[in-house]
Design a binder for this molecule. Structure first.
Ligand code: NI
Length: 167
């Protein structure tokens, strides 16, 4: 296993559209393991392959408190989004920034598991938020894109200042 570097907003590679995975082979299984190690180390509750500069339709999520519920979603598709909820979101690609984003309360996701079996899951609450957030990454979007242009500008200048300090 290995820790992978995480792309930081506003890196243009975060805008790439992820491609479907046609074959779940050893390299995909290794990527899942490396992404899990990277997510837990960060620490975070979700990570999309896009964030580690691999533009394939793969996300991992663990919303448990004790890192005991790793979920792997390959070629995920959201359907039946219902209701709405608003919660504060953060992102490993946008460190130190937390903002409220409106999301669906309940979603159904169709996907392949790590063994290539077709699965579907109905998710609510935090897991539903996390799925929508990570699916956005596969479509080249970060949560900042949901905010007003004024807030986006503030975040860009905050991150630019921070980059100058740490560079
Ligand atoms: Ni994110």
């Amino acid at each position: 296993m290995a820790l992978l570097p995480i792309l930081r907003f506003p890196d243009v590679r975060l805008k790439k559209i992820a491609q479907p995975i046609s074959c779940i082979d050893e390299s995909i299984r290794r990527l899942v393991n490396d992404m899990a190690e990277t997510m837990y180390e960060a620490p975070g509750i979700g990570l999309a392959a896009t964030q580690v500069d691999v533009h394939k339709q793969l996300i991992i999520i663990d919303v448990s408190e004790d890192k005991s519920d790793l979920r792997v979603f390959i070629n995920p598709r959201l359907e039946q989004c219902e209701g709405s909820q608003e919660g504060e979101e953060g992102c490993l690609s946008v460190p130190g920034v937390y903002e409220k984003v409106e999301r669906s309360q309940r979603v159904t996701v169709h996907y392949l598991d790590i063994d290539g079996r077709q699965q579907s899951l109905v998710a609510e609450g935090l897991l539903a938020v996390c799925l929508q957030h990570e699916l956005d990454h596969l479509n080249g979007k970060v949560f900042v894109d949901h905010l007003s242009l004024l807030k986006q500008a503030r975040i860009r200048s905050k991150l630019a200042k921070k980059a100058r300090v740490t560079a």
